[in-house]
Design a binder for this molecule. Structure first.
Ligand code: SDX
Length: 389
């Protein structure tokens, strides 16, 4: 038993580490961040406050929140030389490829971050990453369009600033729709952290070697990119486009059940949740709010999505395998409605998850840790001698 939670020996054998940051109960569909249910945080908090909570362990007082938010604001610009780094990429590069490279390159600008034993340097690296990820993400998008980079503004909220950097141009301000900004902030919160998922485990493994935090986050971005993980939100929209019409849903559901067909329903299933992903419930509510605001309640893709969800909840194949919509199922529809291009969906997931990654990295490095060294079951050739020739 650890505190209020008890684990069976089988589970303990699979646990890769201890952590105080996030608790998931896959059977009951529970997700707690430092003990607070995600549903309550999504309702009453915002992303900046959640960043403080994940990093420090407690909700900030108003004074702590103001200091933290001002500190983040002062780090939102990137080194002007970093903008040159983008020029090496083709304009049609996938923004995740650019983000991987640029975030790793931050290691070249902040040499003090190499001293990971210094708590102050670790804290500054965390603040830099929280602050710069939206700027870098928006730069990845601007670079793909050929438009100039847009500087952050200190008078906007975190989510407003991201939308401003994405869609403003030197010729025209971007008027932030408050419904979009709230939906964006909600998406940031729902993707912030999720225990030892593949990308967070990657960050921890990289961090266990003593690598600097920027290199570790770049490793996390690379792991998140896969369609089985963070790339699923982009894959959901590609799937909905491929289905195209409600009349073709049954064809794709049949394919998802066919063991000879590699097709899986993107946005369904989860390594841990055997119940509804609590984030998907909040995401679905947000999706309805955004499409209501836009008068798109009968959006064709949303209709296909809702039909797929209904099938997954009723069909024996999905019910018997306890496959439910996950966090990625609705986020793509919201992002598309806000006007975010599909190729940017996983970049936004990476941006949101950076606080989770860096909080886990900091938790590990602040305590005793050993280099990660997973072992294997060897199934290759028995020992044999080199042939005499
Ligand atoms: C994220 O770990 C995290 O916390 C991740 C994440 C986070 O916040 O970090 O929550 C974010 O990555 C969410 C997941 C996003 N991925 C997708 O939506 C891609 C589609 N989902 C599948 O690829 C799959 O469900 C996984 C990868 C998510 C989980 O794969 P598993 O562990 O193999 O699923 P499972 O063991 O529960 O599968 C049981 C059965 C298998 O069939 P059988 O061999 O039992 O006959 O269900 C089948 C699977 O083939 N199955 C699916 C399916 N997912 C599982 N069949 C059709 N469509 C699907 N989506």
């Amino acid at each position: 038993a650890t505190g209020m939670f008890t684990y069976d020996p089988g589970f303990l054998a699979t646990a890769s580490c201890e952590s105080k940051i996030t608790f998931i109960d896959g059977e009951k569909g529970i997700l707690l961040h430092r003990g607070y249910p995600i549903e309550q945080l999504a309702e009453h908090s915002d992303y900046v406050e959640l960043c403080y909570l994940l990093l420090n362990g407690e909700l900030p007082t108003p004074a702590q929140r103001e200091k933290f938010e001002n500190t983040i604001r002062r780090h939102t610009m990137v080194h002007e030389q970093l903008t040159q780094f983008f020029k090496g990429f083709r304009r049609d590069a996938h923004p995740m490829a650019v983000m991987c490279g640029v975030v790793g390159a931050l290691s070249a600008f902040y040499h003090e971050a190499m001293d990971i034993s210094d708590a102050y340097h670790r804290e500054v690296s965390a603040h830099r990453l929280i602050a710069k990820m939206p700027t870098i993400a928006a730069m990845c998008y601007k670079y793909s369009t050929g438009q100039p980079f847009v500087y952050p503004r200190n008078d906007l909220t975190y989510a407003e600033n991201f939308l401003h950097m994405m869609f403003a141009t030197p010729c025209e301000e971007y008027k932030v729709n408050p419904v979009f900004a709230k939906a964006m902030d909600r998406i940031f919160m729902l993707h912030a952290d999720h225990e030892q998922n593949a990308s967070t485990s990657t960050v921890r493994l990289a961090g266990s070697t003593g690598a600097n935090p920027f290199a570790c986050i770049a490793a996390g971005i690379a792991a998140l990119w896969g369609p089985a993980h963070g790339g699923a939100n982009e894959a959901v929209l590609t799937m909905l486009d491929e289905i195209g019409d409600e009349s073709r849903i049954d064809e794709f559901v049949a394919r998802a059940k066919d063991k000879n067909d590699p097709f899986k329903l993107m946005g369904f299933g989860h390594r841990v949740y055997r119940n509804f992903d609590p984030r998907a419930r909040v995401m679905k509510k947000t999706c309805d709010e955004v499409l209501q605001e836009l008068g798109m309640a009968d959006d064709p893709q949303l209709k296909i999505a809702k039909r797929l969800e209904q099938i997954a909840l009723e069909d024996d194949y999905f019910k018997s395998r306890r496959l439910y919509p996950n966090v990625d199922f609705y986020s793509g529809i919201i992002l598309k409605a806000i006007g975010i291009p599909t190729a940017m969906f996983t970049v936004i997931f990476a941006m949101s998850r950076t606080i989770g990654w860096i909080s886990h990295w900091n938790e590990m490095i602040s305590n005793d840790y050993k280099i990660g060294r997973p072992r294997q079951l060897y199934t290759g050739a028995p020992q044999r001698d080199y042939p005499q020739r």
